[in-house]
Design a protein around this ligand. Structure first.
Ligand SMILES: Cc1cc2nc3c(=O)[nH]c(=O)nc-3n(C[C@H](O)[C@H](O)[C@H](O)COP(=O)(O)OP(=O)(O)OC[C@H]3O[C@@H](n4cnc5c(N)ncnc54)[C@H](O)[C@@H]3O)c2cc1C
Ligand code: FES
Ligand code: FES
Length: 480
């Protein structure tokens, strides 16, 4: 028997039974609830006008995070609390929320179209980071665009709001607790089906029974198939309600990250590998996208420019694929066969990724190049890991995104480097081997020549930053 979708909207219980499972949260808010404070700018996760806050139960407490409602499907809200800009006045006891008041006082709003989105991003920030730094504020707003104000008044408003008394989001988890399920959710409207299994075994069974089904994780790719490509998705299986797939464990010196772990959740552990990793992750999309987008989805989409791939491949990550028949483990780089083709057999899904710890004798850096610092797709993304024996390179793992049809290792460069001294002469010679490893494409992000020269220069940058400890290059402000 089909279930209904149950969630809390601005403190009140909602139950939905008759809307297509691919209805976006934004469509629902504006056309069903007539809550039109949340705006549609781009419908693809880029502008932030649709930002709302979602509260999820984790270890008995509610954890709030901002998301783009334009690309989130409604059933994903099952068992969660959705908060929109309209609720802020209620939370603030009938007056403007301190963030809204600061926006008024600082002239942070002109035409006002972007304003609810900025306000929600800032409310989300202050809920999770009560004393934010200037960088925290800027980072929290990287996924919100404003065409009128020039941003400075908004940043001023954010600083003032951060200093004023806080209005917290609801912490009483009782109602939310009553909505949690321990069994599979099955939702169906006019033949369109949505399943939310609770265990990896249940997921394996469903994937076998529904070979045509689309797996849905954070939906930051899949959502756009509906809002931009207008595809009709008949069967969706959501991975986000499976506790096992949300786990991050440290075992035997390895970091194991479940496929449904969001980039925000993975950030802390992955950022610890190197300062350059922290910079890369900060530049991965926006706060809203990182809060939804998962590590598993980033791998599974097979994109040649997925930012997670170069560093994970260079670190020697392994991918665990699971099906009803069992589990198999492959090197992450082997998952990518050719453009749009991955080594995923029928009935399989990504269960987790295993990232080896970084030994003290490993030199590691990762760099992203894109036209814009924030919220931009890479033209070239690179990662370098050298295992050293004194000054000698014992082994090398180098991977690039944006240089081929898939994320790919630079095997010729690696071979050249192995056994050599890590010197200026070696690296200059190694740079030439990149032309044997890659024939980059030309597209709107970069020409083939730009990609090749940049890749060579990034290798040289890696040499400078690792051979002269403490050196950190800034290249035209592009990467911190
Ligand atoms: C505005 C915007 C900015 C972005 N910026 C970046 C960026 O800077 N860098 C970057 O790398 N990416 C970026 N992306 C792409 C995207 O956000 C990421 O790739 C994200 O990690 C995808 O994860 P998801 O959970 O949202 O995937 P989903 O959209 O849920 O799924 C993506 C694909 O993976 C499949 N899938 C999901 N989970 C599994 C699983 N467990 N097993 C097998 N298949 C699975 C789905 O069926 C689908 O084919 C951006 C996207 C948007 C909209
Ligand atoms: S409408 Fe632009 S991010 Fe959602
Ligand atoms: S105030 Fe007009 S877009 Fe921001």
């Amino acid at each position: 028997m089909a279930d209904t979708i149950r969630f809390i909207l601005n403190g009140k219980l909602r139950e939905v039974a008759d809307l297509s499972p691919t209805t976006t949260v934004l469509q629902y808010l504006r056309t069903v609830e007539h809550l039109t404070g949340t705006k549609e700018g781009c419908a693809e996760g880029d502008c932030g006008a649709c930002t709302v806050i979602v509260g999820t139960l984790a270890n008995g407490a509610i954890r709030y995070h901002t998301v783009n409602s334009c690309i989130m499907f409604l059933p994903v809200l099952d068992g969660k609390h959705l908060i929109t800009v309209e609720y802020l006045k209620v939370l603030a006891g009938g007056s403007l929320h301190p963030v809204q008041q600061a926006m008024v006082d600082c002239h942070g709003s002109q035409c006002g179209f972007c304003t609810p989105g900025f306000v929600m991003s800032l409310v989300g920030l202050l809920e999770n980071t009560p004393v934010p730094s200037k960088e925290d504020i800027q980072d929290s707003l990287a996924g919100n665009l404003c065409r009128c104000t020039g941003y400075r008044p908004i940043l001023d408003a954010a600083s003032i709001a951060a200093r004023k008394g806080k209005v917290h989001l609801p912490s009483d988890a009782q109602l939310l607790r009553s909505l949690q399920r321990d069994a599979l959710l099955t939702y169906e409207v006019q033949g369109q089906k949505y399943f939310a299994p609770r265990t990896a075994d249940e997921l394996a069974g469903l994937v076998t029974e529904n070979p045509e089904a689309i797996l849905l994780a954070g939906g930051t790719d899949v959502g756009l198939w509906v809002t931009k490509q207008h595809k009709l998705l008949m069967t969706l299986i959501y991975t986000g309600a499976i506790a096992e797939l949300h786990e991050i464990n440290e075992t035997d010196g390895n970091l194991e990250i479940g496929a449904a772990v969001s980039y925000t959740q993975a950030f802390e552990k992955l950022a610890a590998y190197d300062e350059s990793m922290e910079v890369l992750l900060q530049r991965f999309a926006s706060t809203q996208i990182r809060n939804s987008g998962t590590v598993g989805g980033n791998i599974a989409n097979g994109s040649p420019i997925g930012d997670g791939m170069p560093p994970l491949i260079a670190l020697g990550a392994k991918l665990v694929l699971r099906s009803a028949a069992g589990v198999r483990m492959i090197a992450l780089e082997d998952y990518f066969i050719s453009y749009g083709k991955q080594d995923r057999m029928p009935g399989e899904f990504i269960e987790k990724i295993i990232v080896p710890g970084k030994a003290a004798n490993v030199l590691f850096k990762t760099y992203k190049l894109s036209k814009r610092f924030d919220q931009d797709i890479s033209a070239v993304c690179s990662a370098f890991a050298l295992t050293m024996d004194g000054k000698t390179i014992k082994s090398a793992r180098i991977a690039f995104g944006g240089m081929a049809a898939t994320p790919k290792r630079a095997l010729n460069v690696e071979k050249y480097l192995t056994g050599r001294q890590w010197t200026d002469e070696t690296v200059r010679e190694a740079m030439q081997f990149l032309a044997q490893d890659y024939t980059p494409i030309k597209d709107m992000r970069a020409s083939a020549e730009y990609r090749m020269v940049s890749a060579q220069n990034l290798l040289y940058r890696f040499y400078i930053e690792t051979s002269e400890p403490g050196t950190k290059l800034r290249i035209y402000g592009n990467d911190g």
